[in-house]
Write a new protein. Structure first.
Length: 369
């Protein structure tokens, strides 16, 4: 095990067991970020040119169609801001939301207010709760850190199916390099590995997977190479400050904040603020803060001060545990036992890592602009 060390520029540390440091004490994550950001987030005339080219391509692809792009809306700041921006830029989006049973009341209100105020057509897809609960509980029992794989696969499947059905060629994602550019590979595995999910579900699940929206490497090939559907990240081509975006949304569409990243989902809040940092020593705040430090949004001192606080509040954790155990339909003691089981890796189960790595490598080399 490595001796503890923290980066002298950002706040990434040896909780990433693959981290490395140079002679100045700077880590590989922020060094890579500062190099990659030059091309991923262009400035000045190049930014304007790339944004103009992208908008022309989107509008051209949507000629004589009702919609020229698709956006996924979760009720979070990033996806809500994307919805606002695409309307400001004159695009004609179709908004899609997936309800996996864990939406907070505030998230539902934010989505409705957003789409009503911006006059965006909106489709909601509700997963079969009994089936999804069984899948989600199986992943929890597998004891891998990627506990959100069922949600990630389902939303990816739904977005691509809706885009394909409406002949939409561009899905505009809410991701952005400024707040998400740093994320250690040792912290997560591909969230779209259906073989992994099915192997876990066959081991720990009790029901058949019948209606669950699936997505695997074959779907990746079909949608990327044959349907030519692209996921683009518009926020990388625009000035983006999360605090300013939040204030704008409050003013323009009556947005209500949640108090944390991805806290629009009760389950995601519990996973990221408690399960991952406590069970797996993965505090995603470090990655977010490190990205923001490198992007110039916050100082290292601000980040260090925030990290002095626990990522969770125990009163809220106890409420979430009680709520989640009841929603899963199991006794609280059994839920605690699942949470306290020894951590495992996706490598402990059959998976499609080889195929997915090959597909993404080919796509990035030959098809991604």
């Amino acid at each position: 095990m490595k001796n503890y060390q923290i980066c002298q520029r950002c706040v990434m540390d040896t909780s990433d067991n693959e981290i490395s440091f140079n002679e100045q004490g700077f880590c590989n994550h922020c060094e890579t970020f500062l190099e990659d950001v030059k091309t991923i987030i262009p400035k000045g005339a190049e930014r304007e040119s790339r944004l103009s080219d992208l908008l022309k391509a989107i509008k051209k692809s949507g000629k004589n169609k009702k919609y020229d792009c698709l956006i996924g809306v979760s009720g979070g700041v990033d996806s809500s801001y994307v919805a606002y921006i695409v309307k400001e830029l004159g695009l004609r989006p179709l908004a899609v939301h997936m309800d996996n049973g864990w939406n907070s009341e505030e998230a539902v209100k934010n989505i409705r207010s957003l789409c009503n105020n911006l006059e965006i057509d909106y489709e909601s897809y509700v997963l079969d709760w009994d089936e999804f609960r069984d899948i989600q509980l199986a992943v929890l029992k597998s004891s891998i850190p990627e506990v959100e794989i069922p949600t990630d696969i389902a939303i990816t499947s739904i977005l691509h199916k809706v885009a394909s059905r409406n002949n939409i060629k561009f899905i505009i994602g809410g991701g952005n390099y400024a707040t998400e550019g740093i994320l250690p590979e040792s912290w997560f595995y591909n969230p779209k590995d259906l073989t992994l999910l099915k192997s876990i579900h066959s081991t720990f699940g009790a029901k058949k997977m019948k209606t669950f929206p699936t997505f695997d490497w074959k779907a990746e090939i079909y949608y990327k190479f044959f349907r030519r559907i692209k996921i683009v990240y518009l926020l990388n081509l625009l000035p983006f400050n999360k605090t300013e975006a939040l204030e704008l949304l409050k003013e323009k569409v009556g947005y209500h904040e949640y108090g944390g990243k991805h806290h629009e989902s009760v389950y995601t809040r519990f996973v990221q603020s408690y399960i991952q940092p406590v069970k797996f020593n993965l505090d995603y705040r470090r990655a977010t803060f490190s990205s923001q430090i490198c992007a110039g949004e916050i100082s290292r001192e601000q980040a260090m001060k925030e990290l002095e606080k626990l990522p969770y509040e125990m009163t809220q954790v106890n409420k979430d545990k009680d709520y989640a155990s009841k929603k899963f339909g199991i006794p609280l003691q059994e839920f605690e036992e699942i949470l306290n089981a020894s951590p495992k890796s996706y490598k402990d189960y059959p998976n499609d890592e080889k195929w997915l790595t090959l597909i993404y490598t080919l796509y990035k080399k030959y098809f991604r602009s």
